[in-house]
Design a protein around this ligand. Structure first.
Ligand SMILES: [Mn+2]
Length: 223
């Protein structure tokens, strides 16, 4: 999510599925950046977090997946939002379908994304980062995160990732999955391979798209 307007639209989406969706699977990079401090809650996307908690309390099971921008979930978000679980990748049975879900950044072989991923995943860096005052740390991290995303928005880089994702999905589907859902590339798409379906859920910055599983069918939807 980027602009306040995009955030509001996602908020409207959350409100709209209340009482209707059994599960919500957030496929990573919900935030440009997320970090859980020991005693400080970042002032990031509060409205969205409040709506997600409301949704969880109304009975929708929420599953968060780590992206490459928001990997620092350390339990507070799970407790605070009443999230069911946090995953890197997961195969789940949803509505009778075998569904593989992940953010998909592991398939991104670009130099900057790989560097960004290893920086973000290092626990020493996490410790050092936690020593910075949150106002300084968060604005620094946001700047790096925005640069990393701009890299993704370059057409060449995005197309490379897209191709790697399609190939990955083809293999997963051949291996017995019914549906593969990924994000990260910001390019929404849906492809069929035999009886299997690959969906890239796109984003909530420009595309406002999401994957839906209903009555044993997976589709790509626009909000
Ligand atoms: Mn990403």
């Amino acid at each position: 999510m980027g602009t306040p307007l995009a955030e509001m639209r996602f908020g409207d989406f959350l409100l709209g599925i209340k009482g209707r969706a059994k599960g919500l699977y957030v496929l990573g990079d919900l935030f440009e950046f997320w970090f859980e401090y020991r005693r400080v809650v970042p002032k990031i996307g509060f409205e969205i977090l409040a709506r997600m908690r409301d949704l969880a309390e109304s009975g929708t099971k929420i599953f968060l997946f780590r992206g490459n921008h928001d990997i620092w979930f350390k339990g507070w978000l799970e407790q605070g939002l009443k999230v069911e679980a946090v995953f890197d990748e997961q195969e789940m049975v949803i509505d009778g379908l075998r569904v593989y879900l992940a953010h998909g950044d592991a398939l991104d072989q670009g130099f900057v994304p790989r560097l960004f991923r290893s920086l973000m995943r290092s626990s020493i860096n996490g410790f050092l980062f936690s020593c910075l005052h949150p106002d300084i740390g968060i604005s620094l991290a946001r700047r790096i995160a925005i640069r990393s995303r701009r890299g993704m928005e370059e057409r060449g880089a995005a197309l490379k990732v897209q191709a790697a994702m399609v190939e990955f999905a083809r293999e997963k589907l051949a291996g017995g999955c019914d549906v593969v859902m990924l994000g990260h590339s910001h390019i929404p798409e849906m492809r069929r391979f035999g009886a299997g379906v690959y969906i890239n859920t796109g984003d909530w910055m420009k595309s406002f798209t999401y994957g839906m599983i209903r009555d044993g069918k997976a589709t790509l939807e626009y909000f």
